[in-house]
Design a protein around this ligand. Sequence first.
Ligand code: GRF
Length: 216
Amino acid sequence: MRAGPELESLPFVSKLRVGVLVSHNGSNLRALHRAASQPEAPFEVVAVISNNSGSPGLAYARENRIATRHLSGRTHPDPEQLDSAICATFVGHSVELIVTAGYMKKLGPRTREQFAPRILNIHPALLPRFGGPGMHGNHVHQAVLDSGDSVSGPSVHIVEDEYDTGEVIAQLEVPVLADDTVDTLAARVLTAEHTLLPLVVQQIATRQMSVGQRRL
Ligand code: GRF
């Protein structure tokens, strides 16, 4: 049921349930979980899925007693079944918002249809300029350095069918310094990601920000 205006002005009564997909390190997952662990946090991380059984992000989630699943082409060779398993896992945990945080795979149509537009991705550069196929990891930061731009920074956007095409809902600028390397720029952007992502999820949870046409 959608709350009327009088209810929307009330403080939240239940925490927004967030599901996260990771592939490797999971530092954004840790930033989200840290924010969710603060007293009065308006959201909680209730399920973590990884396509990589050895992902440090998955290990972190297990250690912190978050429900986890390894779901990949190894566990589900049929892409449709994999998509269904991902969707069913998040539905089973009553997830209201999905965050792909360093998830190196595309989500399948079933998951997208079930949750759209409530699927966010964090990208390590300013979209739409530095996005699209191949624009991941160090390639993105190299492209920014090659462009000669004096600013970079993470973007949070809604996930659509194609890579990095969905509506950008938040960005945080950081400077590109004259002596930056890919590594120094990547580290500065990642630090900004850890500020931006929890802030966006918090604002969605407290209804200061809406996702797509629907309010959560
Ligand atoms: C981040 O830079 C994110 O923007 C990109 O992948 C990286 C994931 O880092 N999509 P981590 O796994 O959260 O540490």
